[in-house]
Design a protein around this ligand. Structure first.
Ligand code: ADP
Ligand code: MG
Length: 501
């Protein structure tokens, strides 16, 4: 018995030892597997980061290419990726504008209706009010009629609430500035044909049509008595709105859903302009810089795939690298690759990660700017948006790192774009006599994504050098695009003579 017991005991001990060895081996194998996955995941991050690199020399090449394309686009139609559209704005607001004017601002995500009371001579804007609505996604791909009817309905109810004091004098029609932020070939200050849709819009029956005629038809259908006095986009509006408050504003840049820039050009430096030389000698140019591309742009495989699968393949490449519509989507694509190839979120690929555009830029910026020590915001966003729960701190840190790579590239390229414009204007070198150049900036991305904005401003200073940087002012022009359109409606009013007589 005693012997037998001993044998059993020895046997159990042997089995026990074997089990310990087996479990240990399993743990080691698991660890090796997970460390192998981690290594693979970090390889993906590293490779992506290298592809997104924006050293100063590269940014200067991008800026140089932007300047070259600007020259080409001004030389003749169709010479460049940059359309360099003539805005027919040859006189920016000077503060004399007076009257009550409306503005309609159709951007990409939201649209706004504004009523602005201008007092003229040094009194400026006496009163302004607005209402905002989002554009139902179904209308972004429907018919022209449906989209314009929807907008005009909102305008109509806003007009209906007009207080007596803002009503027009008898016999005078209300006038509107229309901020329509898509590429338009202008024929005059208040007519122009849509070149193509961008930013996720696709309404075939509008392409090639006169945008003002489409809007006017809708105004008639809905019985709104209003004249469209100016057709602009958000960059022109922001430039005009900015100039109204600061005479040194000469460039406007939008970083919102999409991106674009406008600046004041010498009319004589526009070979394709065959009209009479404006008295001011100047013309505002709508660059449509979202469509800029260059071999110097740092593109990753994710950007190439995003572009190929977009509604507008091989168009708007600059926009797809730097603007709000796309930054979150780039992040999603990298995370998906890491989930698929390195089991970054566990054995299964989180199904929601496969949905295009599920990760939006506001969410990305919230994660990027998470200041909590345990990155709680990142954890919550991953859980709520992607249904990925129980992420480790290490995992969350990698997500923040990716946000940083994507935002940094975007912001630095935007700064390079601005440098390109300043070069074209001859403002990229130190100025005499304290002369300033103000760049008016607007758009939800610039306004709300602090890390992006800081990086853009630092990069621009880095590129310009200390001495020149002191003469360039980057300024947030809040809601300038709508007010600017109202100001331009005022300076192109039918009743101008009446006013001055
Ligand atoms: P639009 O471009 O439609 O005229 P906005 O200028 O308001 O409108 O920009 C809206 C865009 O700004 C959104 O689509 C989004 O990409 C970006 N955005 C808005 N809020 C944030 C945020 N908190 N962080 C980062 N980006 C944001
Ligand atoms: Mg806008």
């Amino acid at each position: 018995m005693k012997d037998g017991m001993g044998k059993v005991a020895v046997g159990a001990a042997v089995i026990g030892a074997a089990a310990v060895v087996a479990v240990a081996a399993l743990v080691v194998r698991q660890r090796m597997k997970s460390s192998g996955r981690w290594v693979r995941a970090m390889d993906i991050v590293k490779e992506f980061e290298e592809k997104c690199g924006t050293p100063e020399v590269k940014l200067k090449q991008v800026a140089g290419a932007m300047t070259v394309e600007m020259h080409a686009g001004l030389a003749s139609e169709g010479e460049s990726k940059l359309k360099m559209l003539i805005s027919y704005v040859d006189n920016l607001p000077n503060g004399d504008e007076a009257g009550v004017f409306y503005a309609l601002d159709l951007g990409g995500t939201n649209f706004r209706v504004l009523r602005v009371h201008l007092k003229g001579k040094d009194e400026g804007i006496a009163h302004q009010e607005f209402t905002e609505a989002s554009i139902p996604p179904a209308l972004m791909c429907g018919s022209s009629e449906a989209l314009f009817d929807y907008i005009v309905e909102k305008l109509a109810s806003f007009v209906a609430e007009e207080e007596q004091m803002f009503q027009q004098p008898p016999g005078r029609q209300r006038e509107l500035g229309f901020t329509f932020s898509f590429p338009v070939m202008q024929n005059s200050i208040n007519s122009g044909n849509l070149i193509r849709w961008t930013k996720g819009f696709s309404i075939d029956d509008t392409v090639g049509q006169d945008v003002v005629a489409e809007l006017t038809k809708a105004l008639n259908r809905k019985g709104v008595d209003m004249r469209v006095a100016a057709l602009v986009n958000d960059t022109i509006g922001t430039l005009a709105g900015g100039r109204h408050t600061n005479k040194d504003v000469a460039v406007a840049v939008i970083l919102g859903t999409g991106t674009n820039a406008a600046y004041v050009e010498r009319a004589q430096a526009i070979p394709k302009w065959h009209g009479p030389l404006p008295k001011s000698g100047e013309m505002v140019i709508n660059m449509e810089w979202g469509n800029f591309r260059s071999s110097h742009l740092p593109l990753s495989e994710y950007d190439i795939a995003l572009d190929a699968e977009s509604l507008n393949p091989s168009e708007q490449i600059f926009e797809k690298l730097i603007s709000g519509m796309y930054l979150g989507e780039i992040l999603r694509r990298v995370l998906l690759r890491m989930a698929e190839e390195a089991a970054f979120f566990g054995d299964e690929v989180p199904p929601r990660l496969k949905i295009p555009f599920v990760l939006r830029t506001p969410e990305m910026s919230a994660m990027h700017q998470d200041k909590s020590s345990d990155l709680k915001v990142v954890g919550n966003k991953l859980r709520d948006l992607l249904e990925i729960s129980n992420t480790s701190l290490k995992t969350r840190k990698v997500v923040v790192e990716l946000c940083n790579i994507i935002a940094t590239r975007g912001a630095r390229l935007a700064a390079a774009g601005i440098l390109g414009v300043l070069k074209k204007m001859g403002r990229d070198t130190p100025r005499q006599g304290g002369e300033k150049t103000v760049v008016a900036m607007d758009g939800g991305l610039y306004e709300h994504y602090t890390e992006y904005r800081k990086c853009l401003e630092n990069t621009l200073n880095e590129l310009l050098g200390e001495e020149t940087a002191s003469s360039i002012v980057v300024e947030h022009s809040n809601d300038g695009s709508g007010i600017g359109a109202a100001l331009l409606a005022a300076s192109h009013s039918l009743y101008l003579e009446e006013l001055s007589s």
